[in-house]
Design a binder for this molecule. Structure first.
Ligand SMILES: Cc1cc2nc3c(=O)[nH]c(=O)nc-3n(C[C@H](O)[C@H](O)[C@H](O)COP(=O)(O)O)c2cc1C
Length: 217
């Protein structure tokens, strides 16, 4: 008798949860998911952060950020990349001293160098400016967004396709020839909050076939 009552109660609870889920599903605006506004806010409020608090970032957060990088799409799902995580102060100093535009690396908690792996290119991809650049770029933006979501900030510092920078960075990090560094991304807790820029410009958007300013093909 007691068992029957428990079963009846379980059935009622299951139905109640299902109905609640159906209501939530139907009340969502078309094309949105749970937490969608948080994701959009994260994308819209990201800004390059170049000054950091002298506060370490724990290993599990570093791993989460690199995992977010590896979650990005890649051409032919080839994942022709390698991530060099830099926590060593001497290496950070060396990068900062060697590149005029990377002075912030000295004071960052850690940096990631996103490299293309020339041994993993798919048949037909090119070493020079191939799809690997897009793969590594997608991974880089994923990491910047993940860092921002976790309360950190970062900045992408360009390396490839500048041959001198590629060569110098490869020398500092003792990179094997097959790894081509696309960038250095420094991360850390922002010293002060950095306001995002509003870059929305509808004039840079067109729909369908391109028409000139007079509306002609
Ligand atoms: C390919 C690339 C190279 C960049 N190189 C540098 C760099 O060497 N040093 C730097 O301070 N910022 C660098 N940046 C960051 C840009 O300056 C920054 O993204 C831009 O000013 C827009 O600002 P925001 O990121 O705050 O929106 C680079 C960004 C990209 C995408």
């Amino acid at each position: 008798m007691k068992k029957t009552w428990i079963l009846v109660l379980l059935c009622i609870a299951t139905v109640a949860v299902s109905v609640r889920l159906m209501i939530i599903e139907n009340s969502r605006p078309e094309g949105t998911m749970d937490a969608s506004q948080e994701v959009i806010d994260c994308i819209m409020t990201r800004a390059s952060v170049r000054k950091y608090k002298p506060k370490p970032v724990n290993d599990s957060i570093i791993t989460t950020i690199v995992k977010a990088g590896m979650a990005s799409p890649t051409a032919a799902d080839q994942r022709a990349w390698h991530f060099v995580v830099i926590t060593d102060q001497a290496l950070k100093d060396s990068i900062s001293d060697s590149f005029q535009w990377m002075k912030m690396v000295e004071g960052c908690a850690f940096a990631v160098v996103v490299c293309g792996d020339m041994d993993k290119l798919f048949d037909g991809d090119r070493e020079d400016g191939g799809f690997w650049v897009q793969d590594c770029s997608a991974a880089s933006e994923n990491m910047l967004l993940a860092a921002h979501a976790l309360g950190l900030g970062g900045v992408w510092c360009g390396v490839y396709p500048n041959g001198d920078r590629v060569e110098k960075l490869a020398e500092i990090l003792n990179l094997p020839n097959i790894l081509r560094p696309l960038n250095v991304i420094s991360f850390g807790y922002p010293e002060v909050p950095v306001a995002p820029k509003d870059k929305w410009n509808p004039e840079q958007v067109t729909y369908n076939e391109f028409l000139d300013s007079r509306g002609q093909k």
